[in-house]
Design a protein. Structure first.
Length: 287
């Protein structure tokens, strides 16, 4: 929630001054959101079907809706209302493919501020071929962890198949979990812990090429080589935002896009040149 996030950010910012400061990243404001419904942007992911389009969602209380947004102008292009979604605490979104290779939006109803729910949900929504506002259905997969309930705000998806990962959010540290593949409908899917990660992870994303991924907190972004669990290759200081929540890769995988719950800016953050992919068609654009 907002107050908890602000307090956590303040604590983390103070702690960050006691450790080595990573390199700052060059950044620029791409555009500003003007849609009054974007009160608490919590997650965003690039479209597979539509170039220069982001899918974004609000935090808890925003309702079961996804918004297609132009990455150059921040204009809202379409709204998807998800029928029958519980929408307890939407915290993350990732674009990927299902077991049949079809483009899907994975929406993580995985927030659990009290670490108390027996299960949470990941929704699979077929990405529409046409951008227009409409009501859509979703497949809801129940999820739990192999140790205990957790709060989480980061959902990672492979761009090539249905593999998914979740990173939990705790003050001292979170953990990376691998979800079963494929996920099973009507059953409780148990996520397996792979390793400990940093504290206060608020989002993450796999690159369009599937060759790296990023995790962010309120201050930094950490880039890893390969799919999870990967090897850390860069740590970038993010531009200041009151409550930095969402991160995504640009369509070409050459930069990062970030935004915040209380900030109308969509900001592009440069990735170190040595980490940028060679010129190639992004994996997501293939059909």
């Amino acid at each position: 929630m907002i107050l908890a996030g602000v307090i956590a950010f303040s604590v983390y910012q103070a702690l960050s001054l006691l450790v080595a400061t990573p390199a700052s990243a060059a950044d620029d404001v791409v555009c500003r959101f003007s849609d009054s419904r974007f009160t608490e942007i919590s997650g965003m992911a690039p479209s597979i079907r539509h170039p220069d389009v982001l899918w974004i969602h609000n935090d808890s209380g925003g309702g079961p809706r996804l918004f297609a947004v132009d990455t150059k102008t921040c204009e809202t292009l379409a709204t998807l209302t998800i029928r029958g979604a519980r929408a307890r605490d939407f915290e993350a979104i990732a674009s990927g493919r299902n077991a049949k290779g079809k483009p899907v939006l994975w929406l993580g109803d995985i927030g659990d501020n009290l670490d108390s729910w027996d299960s949470v949900e990941v929704l699979a929504i077929k990405e529409p071929k046409r951008l227009r506002s409409k009501s859509v259905s979703a497949q809801a997969y129940s999820l739990t962890y192999d140790d205990r309930p957790h709060n989480a705000e980061a959902l990672l998806a492979s761009p090539r198949d249905g593999r998914l990962w979740v990173v939990t959010k705790q003050l001292a540290h979170g953990s990376l979990y691998r979800l079963p593949s494929p996920l099973r409908l009507g059953a409780l899917n148990v996520a397996k812990k792979l390793r400990v990660e940093g504290g206060l992870i608020t989002d993450g994303a796999v690159s369009p090429q599937g060759d790296r991924y990023v995790l962010r907190d309120y201050v930094d972004a950490v880039i890893y080589e390969g799919l999870p669990p990967g090897r850390e290759v860069a740590r970038i200081r993010l531009p200041y935002q009151t409550q930095g929540e969402a991160i995504s890769w640009s369509g070409d995988g050459r930069s990062l896009l970030v935004t915040s719950e209380r900030d109308d800016r969509l900001i592009r953050v440069s990735v170190p040149l040595v980490l940028r992919p060679a010129d190639q068609e992004p994996v997501e654009r293939r059909e």
